[in-house]
Write a protein that binds this ligand. Structure first.
Ligand code: CUA
Length: 151
């Protein structure tokens, strides 16, 4: 008789455990902390705003720079932004984990396929800033770079 009680108890524990794991997996997949935006990495080219990468003006003081990272480069045509205006960088990856790092700034974003990484920055000095990948992503990692012009 005791065996039956223990068996029931064991099964109950297992059910509770499985549902906790299930619930946390579900929560992480759908509403991760910090309101992370997700994207299908296979459909980056068809998903706004990544179907038109580059710089767009949002209002008088705000610009958005949309960038796609891939091995081994950045799809980011004509990266030019004005000095002293807020630039919202939105970056995603088509393949593996890269980074989006701008030299001489505090921008060092991890770029993960399936996720959209967002960071806002205001350039205080005009010039050309080197953009590079800080995350080892394969044989061409060292060649992965571009630049942004601040005028
Ligand atoms: Cu991309 Cu290293």
């Amino acid at each position: 008789k005791f065996e039956k009680i223990w068996l029931t108890f064991g099964v109950a524990c297992l059910v509770v455990f499985v549902s906790i794991v299930g619930v946390s997996a579900f929560t992480q997949d759908h509403t991760p902390a910090g309101g992370l935006e997700t994207i299908d990495p296979e459909k980056v080219d068809q998903t706004a705003p990544f179907d038109h990468p580059g710089v767009t003006q949002i209002d008088d003081n705000t610009y958005q720079a949309t960038i796609v990272a891939m091995t081994f480069g950045y799809e980011a045509p004509d990266l030019k932004v004005p000095v002293g205006k807020e630039v919202i960088f939105k970056v995603t990856s088509k393949d593996v984990v890269h980074s989006f790092t701008i030299d001489n700034t505090n921008i060092n974003m991890m770029v993960v396929p399936g996720q959209i990484t967002t960071k806002s920055y205001t350039f205080e000095k005009p010039g050309k800033y080197l953009i590079l990948c800080n995350e080892y992503c394969g044989s061409g990692h060292h060649f992965m770079s571009t630049e942004i012009e601040v005028t």
